[in-house]
Design a protein around this ligand. Structure first.
Ligand SMILES: Cc1ncc(COP(=O)(O)O)c(C=O)c1O
Length: 479
């Protein structure tokens, strides 16, 4: 796989070799208790100096993948007991005006330093994505049609990209008309347009709890209210809890903003057998579903769960997504598929940003047409799963007793609930002094919850400084 390869020019050779061995361990090729090649054997096999081979083995030992046995060599380690899983969260008593933007702005300022090890933002290593392939596709697109740079054009999206997106959904059993696909500047713009199309200031939007802070930021900036619904740590939004709210609440809920596949921050996925029930419930109570499927391709299941929209013959679900997690965060190519709302979404898109750069859209369309895309996604999912395993293990070893950990169904973030006495905003201040940042729990709530929780980005290469930062964070949390 060109892009999810962990061997990159910027990665030290010993880390690359350690990653190769770690991949053999993750795939079971090297079993627990099995001896890994000695320094001499490894140096010979990989054409390394003995010093580099030893550094690779020491690095694996530090990551907790292997252990040294005196006079005998290195062996694959037994994975330790997993930390307890999370509990189901609770439904909020009432809808609330949201106020996370000021906390977000403060944290963004705090984490601007280049020395910082950012463990919070959900952005993986750049070598997970095929930058060179995209660069070539962009050069070729602008050579073929330079006008893409000198005109607005294609207000609703370049045709070939809209067809590629419709084709990808068709492969998931989700019928989408290419004309319905409106290209946006990332999923954030798609979500903004979708919420604006279906709700007004003051309306109540139901969300999972915890939920992606970007959802809350949009709700806040549009003057709407959020209602946090109980969320199961594996199965996502509790449909029973939502039913209770819809049947008993005096305040009508206008829309549900939900990620059915691989939610952020918990990595939850709503089980297939509950999805029709959710759609029926929302239809009965006239609640519009705005679905975020940005992480759907990064699932860990045997097959890619389709979006909710696949079960929605009347196209009542507004489906939003982007290529930011799977292909090119920097290209900002997202979309909203709006069914009956298509016309009003188009108008809102024009008012908001006129268009999305056509040359970038064409480059992405050309990359999607290649057969390598499916392989790329496969490699990306494998990388996510390995990284989640490695980070979980380091957290297991280094965080205080009483810490609870998510078991994501996909993606590359982990959610930790620390013992209740820990205030993560205060912990964040202390971590910053050691040049470490993370995403504090209160960002993920409209009601100031999760003061003892945090989200970590596991898409980072476990280089020695990152391992050190993670261990240090565990120590700080334990004080
Ligand atoms: C659930 C979810 N939706 C949307 C986004 C934003 O996507 P984009 O970068 O395409 O705007 C993110 C980014 O972290 C996300 O986690």
């Amino acid at each position: 796989m060109e892009q999810a390869s962990t061997a990159d020019r910027d990665t030290p050779r010993y880390v690359g070799v350690a990653n190769e061995i770690a991949a053999q361990i993750a795939s079971g090729q090297l079993a627990v208790g099995e001896r890994v090649p000695s320094v001499r054997a490894l140096a010979r096999q990989k054409r390394l100096s003995p010093t580099t081979a030893l550094a690779a083995l020491r690095h694996l030992e530090q990551r907790g993948e292997i252990e040294a046995r005196p006079q005998s060599g290195y062996y694959v380690r037994q994975r330790p007991q997993l930390l307890p899983s999370l509990d189901m969260s609770r439904t909020a008593k009432r809808p609330r005006a949201v106020a996370v933007n000021s906390l977000f702005a403060r944290l963004v300022n705090d984490v601007a330093s280049p020395e910082l090890i950012p463990l919070g933002s959900a952005v993986p290593e750049h070598d997970w994505y095929p930058a060179r392939l995209l660069q070539r596709a962009l050069a070729s697109a602008t050579r073929r049609r330079p006008q893409w740079l000198s005109e607005y054009g294609y207000y609703f999206g370049v045709d070939s990209l809209r067809h590629e997106i419709a084709r990808l959904y068709a492969g998931l059993g989700c019928t989408v008309d290419a004309d319905e696909v409106l290209i946006t500047n990332g999923c954030m713009e798609a979500l903004n347009l979708a919420l604006r199309a279906v709700a007004r200031p003051g309306d109540v939007i139901a969300v999972e709890s915890p939920t992606f802070f970007g959802f809350l930021q949009i709700i806040e900036s549009l003057g709407m209210k959020a209602l946090e619904i109980a969320t199961h740590p594996r199965d996502g939004l509790s449909i029973d809890a939502l039913r209770q709210v819809l049947e008993n609440s005096e305040t009508p809920v206008r829309a549900l903003l939900v990620a059915a596949n691989v939610g952020n921050p918990l990595g939850t996925t709503i089980p297939p057998e509950r999805r029709r029930e959710l759609l029926r419930l929302c239809a009965r109570h006239r609640v519009v579903i705005v679905e975020d499927d940005v992480y759907g391709d990064l699932h860990f299941a045997a097959s890619r769960p389709p979006p909710l929209r696949a079960l929605d013959p009347d196209a009542q679900v507004l489906l939003c997504a982007s290529f930011s997690k799977t292909l090119a965060p920097g290209m900002r190519i997202g979309w909203v598929i709006g069914g009956a709302m298509t016309e009003s979404l188009r108008l809102a898109k024009f008012v908001n940003s006129v268009a999305t750069p056509a040359a970038l859209q064409q480059a992405v369309a050309d990359v999607l047409k290649r057969r390598t895309h499916a392989r790329h996604l496969q490699g990306l999912r494998r990388a996510c799963q390995q990284q989640i395993g490695r980070f979980s293990e380091l957290i297991e070893q280094g965080f205080p007793a009483g810490t609870r950990l998510s078991r994501p169904q996909g993606g590359f973030v982990l959610w930790l609930e620390l013992p209740a006495c820990i205030d993560v905003l205060e912990l964040h201040e202390r971590a910053l002094l050691d040049n470490i940042s993370f995403a504090p729990g209160p960002l993920f709530s409209s009601s100031g919850r999760y003061r003892n929780a945090l989200r970590l980005n596991c898409g980072r290469e476990l280089t020695p400084p990152v391992i050190k930062a993670l261990r240090r964070l565990g120590q700080l949390a334990g004080r």
